[in-house]
Design a binder for this molecule. Structure first.
Ligand code: ADP
Ligand code: MG
Length: 245
């Protein structure tokens, strides 16, 4: 479903040059959940942003479902992969009603006013349709992340790019959100790329994990490796030993 070859992302120039993603290649099969772990600043979000089409300054090859994706995306390409961010507070406009925020992608695609779809999308993520009339500050963090997930799904993408989707939430609601994501994945046959620094989240959700350090992948682990605590690189062993699983 996703094929990335020789992906590079460089920010800045000359003295400020920062080569953040270095010649990275990986595949994600349809229906698979690929995890990416690594310490803060190693380039995880930048990889997701390049995949999502939010970060345009990349080189290399990205293909979705066997079709190469250009630097400037077509509407269909933009729809195919949607991103969910860590911070549900930041990803919703504070002055827009929830229903308006959910309807916006539908409107911007010229597919109608989107209000009915917005209400349906709320129900699909386990919220009452009446929440369409509320503002973000009237919702809890978990409810807001449900809205962010509904918004990412409203145009029916095949790929969901999840950037620390539960890190900003209370521990008590993290599992609810992970279960919602897992249910949506099963129902819709989605393919996930999940970035997290929480190895228990990764172990729970992922079929396979790439360990990232300084812009490159230094290890690849299967679910079985995760369950048995097997690592193939010193760095991933250190990372796992430092965590609490
Ligand atoms: N838009 C940008 N402009 C300049 N530097 C950036 C930009 N986005 C990220 N970076 C830098 O790229 C590096 C990797 O960032 P990021 O991908 O967010 O890491 P991670 O998600 O693993 O914490 C960091 O050094 C960060 O400062
Ligand atoms: Mg990040």
């Amino acid at each position: 479903m996703i094929k990335v070859e020789n992906l590079d992302v460089v920010f800045g120039a000359k003295k400020n040059r920062n080569h953040v993603v270095r010649d990275v290649s990986f595949d994600v099969a349809a229906g698979e959940t690929l995890g990416i772990v690594g310490e803060s600043g190693c380039g995880k979000s930048t990889v997701l942003r390049a995949l999502a089409g939010i970060e345009a300054g990349w080189t290399g090859k990205i293909a979705f479902n066997g079709r190469a994706i250009g630097k400037v995306r077509t509407r269909d390409e933009l729809l195919r992969a949607q991103m969910v961010f860590q911070d549900p507070y930041g990803s919703l406009h504070p002055r827009l009603r929830i229903g308006t925020a959910l309807a916006e992608p539908i409107r911007s695609m010229g597919l109608g006013d989107g209000w009915d779809q917005a209400q349906r999308a709320l129900i699909q993520v386990g919220l009452p349709a009446s929440f369409a009339n509320r503002f973000p500050h009237e919702l809890s963090g978990g409810q807001r992340q449900r809205v962010a997930i509904a918004r990412a799904l409203i145009l029916e993408p095949t790929i969901l790019l999840l950037d620390e989707p539960t890190s900003a939430l209370d521990v008590s609601v993290q599992a609810e959100i992970l279960n919602l994501l897992a249910d949506q994945k099963d129902e819709r046959g989605l393919t996930f790329v999940l970035v997290s620094h929480d190895l228990s989240v990764i172990a729970h959700m992922c079929d396979r994990v790439l360990v990232m350090k300084g812009g490159v992948f230094v290890d690849a682990l299967t679910k079985q490796d995760l369950e048995q605590g097997v690592t193939h690189a010193d760095y991933s062993r250190q990372l796992f030993e430092a965590s609490f699983i």
